[in-house]
Each structure stands twice: as C-alpha cells, then as structure tokens.
Design a protein around this ligand. Structure first.
Ligand code: G6P
Length: 586
C-alpha cells in the first residue's frame, strides 16, 4: 500500500524524504513524488514509476520541511497526474488509504467551481482542507477528517508554514521524534537510523509537527499524549548485505528467524497458554502467505490438541455470520500487522467477546493493539514483497502454540533442530534445473497431500507473485477430478511429498501426470520416493524431519524455486508488478 513520509528540521528535507521513500517502496511503486516548503511556497516533483526517478531532481531542492509519497494505485491509473502530492490552493497533501465518499465530495466541490487535476480519491482532501483553512492548519485538517469516509493516513503542508499536519484513520501513522527535527511516516522502516523514539498514532488522532515540537490532538482539538516507544527499525534490515535481492537475503534469514522465534515464543508461553485455556473452537485467519500458514496452524491444533478448527481468508471471514456460541479464539496471522482485512476480522471477533491472538513480527502494528496476546515472530522487518522468512517464523510459532495447548512441550526440541536443517536445505538443494523448467512452462501446478498441500498452495502463490507464470495449488488427491485436464508436455507439476504415511498415494498422482507427458519435479525427504522416480522427474531432496515441521524445508525450497525462476525470466522478485507488501485497504 502507499508509503508516506514527512520531515521537518534543519536537514535537507528532499534528501531525507527521498531516502525514506526508498525504504518505503515495498508499500507501492507505481509512482512517487514529494513536496518541499521553500521560502514559504510548496515546490513539488512527481514521477511515474520507481522512487529513484526523483533522484535527479533532488539538487533543485533546498528546503527543510516536506512530505513524500510512493504509490500503489487504487483510484486512477499510475500516471504523473495521479501521483501524489496533490495541491489545491495553499494546501498540499499525501494520502494512504481510500476515501470511500470521494465521488460525492468531488461532485460537490466541482459544483462550487473547483477544478480537479487527477482521477484519485485523494485530491478531494487538499480541496477540503483548503476550504476550511483560516490560519489554523490542524483545525482545518480536523474539519476535513469529519467529512471523510474510509481510511486515511494523510500528511499536509500549508504554504508559508514550516509544519506538517497529520490525520489517521485505519491506516498507520508513526511519529518519529528526532533531535531538533520530527518525522511522520506510514511505518517504522522509513525511520530506521533516524530517531530513537516513536509514537504510534491511534485512529482519530491528529498531529502537528514543527522542528522543535510534536503535538498530538483528538478530534476536539484537545492535546493528548501517546506513549514514547523505542524505534525498533534496524538499518541493517534495509541493506542488501551483499545479496542481489531482498527476497533471497530474507530467505537465508529463515534459520535465524526460527531460532529467534523459539526464544521470543518461550518468553510469551504463559500468556499464550492462559489465553487459550478452555477454548473450544479456534478460527485461523490471514491473507496471502499468512493464510497458508493458517492452514498449517489448523492441522497442528487438530492433530496435537484435538480442538475443532476452521480457517478462512480474513477478507471473507469478516462478512460471514459469526458463530461464537462456544468459547472461540481467533488466531490472526499477519506479517505486517496492518493488513486491513486481517485487522478488521480481528476487530470483529474481539467485539463479539472472542479471545484474539495475533501472530506477527510487527510489534507496534494495528493488530497488536487489538489482540489479547501477541504470538511473536522474530523475523524483523521483511522488505521483499513476497513473504519468505516471515512464513518460516509463523510456521514455527504455530507449531509451538499447538504443542503448548496440547501440553506437548517436548515437541519444542524438534523445532530447535530446524534452523540447521533449513540452512542445510538452502546450502544443498540444486534448484536450477527445475527453475529452468518452470521458466519454460505454460503453467506450473503444485500438488501435495495434507500438510504438503498447504505448502503447495504457498509454492504456487510464490511463483505467481514473482514470475507471473500461471498455475495453481491443488491437493494431489484432486488431480484426477479436474486439473489433470490441464496437463500436457508444456506444463510442469511440482509435487511436495514429505509424509511417509501417504507418499504412495501422492506418487500415484505423479504417475498420472507422467502418463500424460507432463513434466514433473518432486520435493521430498523420503528416500523411497526418490528411488521410485529417479530419471523420470526432477528430484529436489530435503533433509528428513518431523512431517509437521517439513513446511519449514519444503517451503524454503519452493521460495528458492520461485526466486530463481523470476531471476531467469528477468523479473524483479522484490517488487512484483501490481503488488504491495502491506495492503492497508480492503
Ligand atoms: C499482500 C502481500 C502478500 C502477503 C499478504 C498478507 O498481499 O503481497 O505477500 O502475504 O499481503 O500480508 P500480511 O502482512 O498480512 O502477512
């Protein structure tokens, strides 16, 4: 979703905002722009495409207060006109979110003779604030917010003033408190290395910052206080550290993520256990990769603790009739902690009296403020849009959570073995031949049974996200009920086979594909499978491990497969087309 940053202080605002935008680019990269206050006037530069295109203009700016934006297009195609900031009269704004009533507001303003220059929902904000402005910027922003429906994190400059106003509703805003300077940003990564303390704004908060003061107000313009928290953003998370892409860097950080997640989980054990004590039903939810982790979480709870579970995509769950008659807990999984669908599902379950647990690696995120208990995933910041290490951390956390509920803490020892097995997998597997097959295929199908099916879905998502090759994930048992019709010599089927109890059945499905001349790759830790299929399929060999922990190895192999395929095809794995890392709108 769009990234926003504001700076006011003694430094070169354009340079600081440019650096911040580069760190926020994973939130959207359709266009970028900034506005800098110079001699009382607002000077703007915008460009379609990546933030780096703004670099050439930096030397033309010398001001000390400004705002910037990197866009993931919702309303209006990526273009210079639709790029933020948007200016009307004395006011310039950047916005993340969706103004749901923008069409009605725009019509009203147009009837008043005001002219719009873009197709965005955001432009109405500049018009409204300008209309309300009477010398007091924060008052005008509060009045404007009263008229908006939807979600917004917005930053606003006003001609002649070295200050930035902000408003927040259902999209994140972090205030960074620097030395003789202040920042506002959509997330902490933009503030890495810039300030020691941050305040997280709540919905309905407004802020006004100058170089020497940072004030937070409520909707009645009463000054309020919010806790000062340490800035946890690590500059090292934002550096490639010798890797060509963040996706592969972060994939190699999976062993450390699992190791650190074990430590973090053990620190929260008692809280997690008591939150789930007496629970009769568990609903797992998330979006994208986090949803695939949810599928594994369900299997763990069912298998270890025998508690009935359900899973649903968060965006679907929100609109279904809630059945909370039994003591129900919601386990919401989200890397960013800000995904609108997941956050709103959690809010809904919480409002119905359910216990909410958040599995996340974003400590100050919206989901952590809703949840009763946070199940920590110690992945640090994840920059590559396609999730890698966060999935590993989520799997480890969910496995431990289920073991804890089932009073099988002896299982933790098996998790502790996994960092070295993940490392061994990454060091030893040879994925190039399969990646080349993927790159040449008209479609790639991922198949597995039981827990391997959950991983197959993730493998398919990963490949689609970063290489744009069509395909899907299916239970291997379902192959014959439809997907087999897709198989021919131009397709590749990737089987995940890690469960010795049902490997024979999965091998049966492999034979069905081979009989239709389909190409096959098999990811397995089972020597028998390797023996049976040698010479007839690409074999990607995994170290042996507990079948329920095998997603940590098989998913790492599939993430690497997706990465290598993207690189072969010349796609940018860190910034897949049309996607964004943190989707803060519905
Ligand atoms: C977006 C990303 C996916 C991610 C999903 C959920 O769609 O492109 O890679 O899995 O959001 O994100 P979350 O932060 O909630 O885990």
């Amino acid at each position: 979703m769009c990234g926003i940053i504001g700076y006011t202080g003694g430094g070169n605002a354009a340079q600081i905002i440019y650096e911040g935008l580069k760190n926020l680019e994973y939130r959207g990269y359709d266009s970028a722009g900034m506005a800098i206050m110079e001699n009382g006037a607002c000077k703007t530069v915008k460009s379609c495409g990546r933030v780096e295109k703004l670099g050439a203009s930096l030397r033309f700016f010398g001001g000390h207060t400004g705002i910037g934006h990197t866009r993931w297009a919702t309303h209006g195609k990526p273009s210079n006109a639709n790029a933020h900031p948007h200016t009307y009269g004395r006011i310039t704004v950047v916005h993340n979110g969706i103004i749901e009533n923008y069409a009605e507001l725009r019509q009203r303003l147009t009837e008043r003779g005001e002219i719009f220059l873009s197709e965005t929902d955001s432009e109405v904000i500049a018009h409204l604030i300008d209309g309300f402005y009477d010398g007091d910027l924060i008052e005008a922003v509060i009045k404007c917010a009263d008229m908006l429906k939807g979600s917004y994190a917005l930053l606003c400059l006003c001609e002649g003033k070295e200050e930035i106003a902000a408003a927040k509703c259902r999209s994140p805003v972090i205030l960074g408190l620097g030395e003789n300077c202040n920042y506002l940003a959509s997330d902490m990564t933009a503030l890495a290395g810039k300030c020691k303390e941050v305040c997280v704004l709540e919905d309905g908060d407004f802020a006004l910052v100058t170089p020497l003061s940072a004030k937070i107000y409520d909707g009645g313009k009463r000054e309020i206080t919010r806790a000062y928290l340490p800035n946890l953003a690590e500059p090292s998370a934002l550096a490639l550290g010798g890797f060509p892409h963040f996706m592969v860097k972060e994939l190699w950080e999976a062993p450390a993520t699992v190791k650190n997640t074990i430590t973090a989980f053990c620190g929260q054990k008692d809280l997690i256990k008591s939150a789930l004590s007496g629970v009769r039903r568990i609903v797992f939810t998330g979006c994208g990769t986090a949803y695939h982790a949810a599928l594994a979480g369900k299997r763990y709870i069912e298998e270890f603790a025998h508690i009935p579970c359900e899973t649903d995509y968060a965006g679907e769950l929100r609109y279904k009739t809630l059945n909370v008659a039994e003591k129900t807990a919601l386990i919401a999984i989200t890397q960013s902690g800000e995904t609108a669908d997941t956050v709103e599902a959690a809010r809904l379950y919480k409002s119905q009296g359910c216990t909410v647990l958040a599995v996340t690696n974003s400590p100050y995120s919206a989901i952590t403020r809703i949840a009763d208990v946070v199940v920590p995933v110690a992945a640090g910041a994840e920059i590559g849009v396609a999730a890698t290490k966060s999935y590993s951390g989520q799997i480890a956390a969910l496995y431990m959570l289920a073991s804890l509920v089932a009073e099988k803490e002896e299982n933790f020892a098996a998790v502790a073995e996994m960092p070295k097995l993940i490392l061994k997998t990454l060091e030893k597997i040879d994925i190039y031949a399969t990646a080349r097959l993927c790159a040449e295929s008209s479609g790639v199908y991922f198949l597995g049974r039981d827990i391997d099916y959950a991983v197959a879905l993730e493998g398919s998502l990963k490949l689609k996200e970063v290489s744009y090759i069509p395909g899907c994930g299916y239970p291997a048992s379902e192959l014959k009920h439809g997907p087999l019709a897709l198989i021919d010599g131009s397709t590749l089927s990737v089987f995940v086979i890690t469960d010795p109890d049902i490997s024979v059945k999965a091998e049966g499905a492999v034979e069905q594909v081979l009989a239709r001349r389909g190409k096959v790759a098999v990811i397995t830790g089972l020597p028998g499978v390797k023996h049976d299929l040698k010479g007839r399929a690409e074999i990607i060999e995994l170290p042996r491990c507990d079948k329920y922990l095998s997603p940590l190895l098989s998913a790492a192999a599939l993430q690497l497969l997706a990465y290598r395929t993207a690189v072969i095809l010349g796609c940018d794995p860190d910034k897949p087309r049309n996607l964004a890392k943190s989707v803060t709108v519905e």
